[in-house]
Design a protein around this ligand. Structure first.
Ligand code: ZN
Length: 504
């Protein structure tokens, strides 16, 4: 694949990950493009932009399946409702949210060639270690000077560090009113909170969820779906009475579940109950939602030993958060954050209350008192999650001359592929009949072109769990071959028993 992720530099594979020799990333990106999962936006044009990607049919099916499981496991099982707000919001929203002032990255520009990059990232790459996230412009200037860091393009010095607001600004209507593309979905949840509370008749604690597109004008997007300028979030905001953070009615159902908590450079595997008792996490509410988030990611096929919750120290936390646990998974390049779990306290509601001059307080009927709810959020990246699933289920099997994605069945874009062995002797007719029979119950795909070996390889590359082949024996005795993706084991089954057998 060409120009993956670094289109603006328009050099083939000029990205860091290629330089670092990250084979898995390149292989996954190549299969993703060739098998219709995702590829760079407007890839045929020279002015294509970095940090934008398109989902093809298989990628969209995978994304929709992730969202389906998110709804089943998190929304429907809990007292959570879902809304669908706008992507463009007026300036006041981001005044109240603090994004106009605080949502920015340190930007440096080369004094000679004008090359622009992120000060923090360049310093980290140059000195080979992490630096705190919340440094001042002066701190960055100091670090650049101290470590003699110069422009990687022309070896000149950088100008002083500036702040780059990551929101994409737009003008609405003929008078071009100031507005912004949302950088997170949750702001409309906060803005709409008083109305939703009134109309939904829910009692604290309860959640409001939203999924959709968000936009961030990253200075230097890279690593494909991991850092994009337009991407998808699935966010849940739990509203609760801060005095009752330890009164969670279903807590006993999950208290024995193990949480992999990573803090002070150490992994502690403790039960939710212990985590609360030892005050490792702030409250039962926090432990409860971390636990159900972990269960959700297990359902997506992320192995338990590849996941952890990393405690984010104060200096690295987002500006609105009182306590943050980042849910991370281990991929080839290291630990990748998939979901930020933020205790946002009353930061958001008091901000919107102040700017809008409307009351966001509600009566908590259980105590008969007015409260300004606090918020705990599970803010997950859909595209990152999808990429992590691809990488963690990817297997290269040179001895079988194939590569596969071993998706859980519920995630697979195609669940059952149906092939006639050859295009004669009634096999295509029988295969189409089987296809029509299974279609209402499974996601099916019919394919009669190419050798049978090649058809199997194609399905392996899109992670199809089962392939059915209709052959000469089918014509005689009404049996078909079921071939299982991971083991490549084949068994023969009567057509009339197929539905029952596949459901197993
Ligand atoms: Zn330069």
């Amino acid at each position: 694949m060409e120009n993956f992720g670094c289109a603006e530099n328009s050099k083939k594979f000029s990205c860091k990950e290629k330089e670092a020799g990250n084979k898995t990333f390149d292989s996954v990106a190549e299969i993703a493009a060739s098998r219709g999962f995702f590829w760079p936006t407007a890839e045929i044009y020279p002015d294509k932009l970095a940090g934008f990607f398109e989902y093809g049919p298989n990628g969209l099916a995978l994304k929709n399946n992730i969202l389906k499981i998110w709804r089943e496991e998190l929304i429907e099982k809990e007292d959570i409702i879902e809304i669908d707000g706008c992507q463009i919001l007026p300036k006041s929203v981001f005044q109240a949210s603090g994004h106009l002032k605080n949502f920015n990255d340190p930007l440096i520009t080369c004094s000679k060639c004008g090359f622009k990059t992120r000060a923090d990232k360049l310093i980290q790459e140059s000195i080979g270690k992490e630096i705190p996230e919340k440094l001042s412009n002066e701190d960055y200037d100091e670090l650049l000077k101290k470590n003699k860091i110069i422009c990687p393009k022309c070896k000149s010095f950088f100008n002083k560090t500036e702040r780059w607001n990551m929101m994409l600004k737009t003008g609405i209507g003929a008078e071009s009113k100031e507005a912004y593309l949302r950088p997170e979905t949750c702001q409309s949840i906060f803005v709409n909170f008083p109305r939703i509370y009134k109309t939904s008749r829910l009692k604290l604690p309860f959640g409001i969820a939203q999924t959709g597109k968000v936009f961030r004008n990253e200075i230097a997007p890279r690593q494909g779906l991991i850092r994009e300028r337009e991407f998808n979030q699935m966010e849940i905001e739990i509203f609760f009475n801060p005095e009752k953070e330890d009164e969670i009615k279903n807590f006993n159902e999950i208290e024995k579940e193990i949480l992999p908590l990573y803090l002070k450079d150490k992994l502690q595997k403790v039960s939710s109950e212990e985590a609360v008792k030892k005050k490792v996490v702030k409250s039962k509410l926090v432990a409860y939602y971390l636990t159900i988030l972990k269960q959700f990611y297990l359902k997506l096929g992320i192995p338990e030993d590849k996941m952890r919750f990393r405690y984010v120290p104060e200096e690295d936390r987002p500006f609105y958060s009182k306590e943050t646990w980042d849910f991370e998974v281990q991929i080839n390049t290291g630990w990748l954050e998939l979901c930020a779990c933020n205790h946002r306290s009353d930061y958001d509601l008091s901000g919107h209350q102040k700017v809008s001059k409307q009351s966001f307080e509600i009566v908590d009927e259980s105590v008969g008192k007015k409260v300004l709810p606090n918020i705990f959020e599970l803010s997950a990246g859909v595209d990152r999650t999808l990429y992590a699933i691809l990488e963690l289920t990817y297997k290269d099997e040179p001895k079988n001359d194939r590569t596969i994605f071993s998706f859980p069945e519920k995630l697979a874009p195609v669940q059952v592929a149906i092939f006639p062995l050859v295009n004669k002797e009634r096999m295509p007719e029988l295969a189409k009949k089987v296809y029509e029979m299974l279609k209402p119950q499974f996601k099916c795909f019919y394919d009669e072109s190419g050798s049978i070996g090649r058809r199997y390889r194609r399905q392996d590359e899109i992670g199809t769990p089962l392939c059915l082949t209709i052959d000469g024996q089918t014509v005689k005795d009404d049996t078909v071959t079921i071939r299982e993706r991971d083991s490549m084991k084949q068994t023969r089954v009567k057509i009339k028993d197929l539905v029952g057998e596949l459901k197993k």
